[in-house]
Ligand binder design. Sequence first.
Ligand code: G3P
Length: 221
Amino acid sequence: MKLLVDSADISEIESLLASFPIDGVTTNPVLIAKEKRPFKQQIQEIRHLLPDRLPLHVQIIADDCKGMIDQARTLYDWLDGNVWIKIPVCKEGLRAIRKLSADNIRTTGTTIYTPLQAVLAAKAGAGYVAPYVNRIDHEYGDGAGVVKTIADLFRLYGFNCKVLAASFKHNSQILAAMEAGSHEATISPELLKHLADHPAANRDIHGFRHVWQSQYGTFSL
Ligand code: G3P
């Protein structure tokens, strides 16, 4: 199970990489725009923060096949290492995924709301699909169910495509996506930090230290 950070915030990514077992980074146009910096510079700095082997998933903006392909090639020129081009799964997106896959450009099918979108993306050659768990919960109520159906179908039909569950607003959705068989999950910095932060654990840590200091008058060994 791989955990990626869903962010374009350089300092957040840097600090999370130092503390958490992070397997890569995903961004989307909203996350990039929030940083209010030139896109090329921002995305290249994020790439440089990551070891080459760790994946960076970057989304295109165009909504027609030719534009998507041009932007995907531009991103491949700008970025070294393990890069995946996020393409929304719609009619034009599927055409772009097919052509890019034929040219060995790695793609991630994004904006996935249904298992059939995921199957189409996998058949077109996407290496990942990104179902939007919270947004699906918000629309229909079963994001984890969609993840499970996709994971089951990929296994049943032997698709060479992985599930990268995305769009989480609560820890329980992350756990549900893992239980549903998602291969990977991309998580916002806010939620990631909360995964390692429980009030009972904090109370216990404080308790251990308090007893130690009362007995030995120090926090040293
Ligand atoms: O990368 C996932 C993103 O594209 C959607 O996530 O949190 O905006 O619903 P969110």
